[in-house]
Ligand binder design. Structure first.
Ligand code: C6P
Length: 414
């Protein structure tokens, strides 16, 4: 008889909270309850220390200097690339391109893969729940290159209509670009299935992992995707840094999208030649400290275990989903069977921005608005929702504080 699989011990959230200095403060006379993690997550001390250590000891430009500091900075930056490779389980560290964030990663693909390899009549398939960052770059390409956008609809529970999406795939499909997790609804998309179907028609797949990487283990080889995009600041790392993962053969075939220092091999007025990936896509001085800080965040998450983080957040989301049911007139927007980290809702008769303001006075930080996903808001006939988004350090007590604050809103508005 085989031994039963050992479940990892649950996350020790009280201990984990000690790693995040910012959480231990009062806001408007109340303990801070930070539930705006989808917008940006707080940083553990190891990330803050990695940034200051770099600036205190090693700061120099990379790939250029012959001096000791430049060597150390280069080593730390390229070491960060290797740590991100491991975090995403990419096959090769040359497949990790440092960018400013998810927005820049998608624009890089649209401008380089899109402009370089797509033409009139080629189709890019999206879904109705995409963030503006995964819509507008393709619209720019549509205008410039005559590429055609096809959009898969969303069902009433916030799932993507998979049959409809599969029905859009065909011989003209060149790219399927979809969120791994929706930022507005929390829906986890069936990305394995989408990758398989897209590859079966010869299309490439880009996954917008901005809202997935902080919540789920991401293994780009197991997912089989061609591009994966994430933002460091949502992954408990610094702002201004992110990752584009792309298969090496694609990066090799794609033309550069920005010209400048560090991305060339030779430059002359007769013509220039370009560096190999990933440097071909990293023109100019990058956010060196950001990459180092992001690697510290990835190490921290690996240390805690992404499976444990997922289990903790799933339990918290289930608890919160049930708990907000006690608030009269509250309606959840997005109730797909598979969700991660996000609770979006409206409250009858109260504008989401008013709710956000009152919650803030109770010390509870949430986001209210269209969440940069206007098409999916329109799908539900809404201009805005309130969104509570959870991170690895959130607790049931904080969910209780959110619910108590929502009852307070109800008292005020009747
Ligand atoms: N969503 C939110 O509050 P940047 O801004 O480049 O780090 O990430 C853009 C982005 C792309 N895709 C998804 C799914 C996202 O959620 C985001 C950022 C934040 O939901 C800010 S609008």
């Amino acid at each position: 008889m085989s031994a039963p699989a050992l479940r990892p011990a649950p996350l020790d959230v009280a201990r984990v909270r000690e790693d995040f200095p910012v959480l231990h403060q009062q806001v408007r006379g109340r303990p801070l309850v930070y539930l705006d993690n989808a917008a940006t997550a707080q940083k553990p001390r190891v990330v803050i220390e990695a940034l200051s250590r770099y600036y205190e000891r090693d700061n120099a430009n990379i790939h250029r200097g012959v001096h000791a500091l430049s060597e150390r900075a280069t080593e730390a930056y390229e070491g960060a690339r290797e740590r991100l490779r491991r975090f995403l389980n990419a096959a090769d560290r040359r497949e990790i391109v440092f960018v400013r964030g998810t927005t820049e990663a998608i624009n890089l693909v649209a401008q380089s893969f899109g402009r370089g390899l797509l033409g009139p009549g080629d189709e890019v398939v999206l879904t109705q729940l995409e963030h503006h960052s995964n819509i507008v770059p393709w619209q720019l390409l549509e205008r410039e290159r005559g590429v055609r956008l096809r959009v898969a609809p969303v069902l009433d529970d916030g799932s993507v209509d998979l049959e409809a999406l599969l029905g859009l795939l065909g011989p003209r499909t060149r790219l399927v670009a979809v969120a791994h997790v929706s930022n507005a609804l929390g829906t986890v998309l069936p990305v394995r299935r989408i990758v398989e179907a897209a590859h079966a028609v010869g299309a490439r797949v880009l996954l917008d992992g901005a809202q997935a990487a902080p919540h789920l283990p991401v293994d780009v080889q197991a997912l089989g995707c061609d591009f994966y995009c994430l933002s460091g600041h949502k992954l408990y790392g610094p702002t201004g840094i992110g990752v584009l993962y792309a298969r090496l053969e694609l990066l090799e075939a794609m033309p550069p999208w920005q010209g400048g220092g560090d991305m060339i091999r030779t430059v002359s007025f007769a013509g220039s030649t370009f560096a190999d990936p990933p440097h071909k896509f990293e023109a100019g001085t990058p956010h060196i400290a950001g990459a180092i800080g992001l690697a510290a965040a990835a190490d921290y998450l690996e240390g805690l275990g992404m499976e444990r983080i997922r289990a903790h957040e799933e339990a918290l989301l289930a608890y919160a989903t049930e708990a907000v049911g006690s608030v009269p007139g509250l309606r959840l927007v997005g109730t797909a069977p598979e969700k991660a980290g996000i609770l979006s809702f409206v409250l009858e008769g109260v504008h989401p921005h008013d709710i956000g303001t009152i919650l803030d006075h109770e010390g509870v930080a949430v986001r209210a608005g269209h969440h940069c996903a206007m098409p999916v808001m329109e799908r539900f006939g809404l201009a805005a929702t309130v969104r509570a988004s959870f991170g690895l350090y959130n607790t049931r007590e904080e969910v209780d504080a959110l619910v108590a604050a929502l009852h307070r809103v109800r008292e005020i508005f009747g």
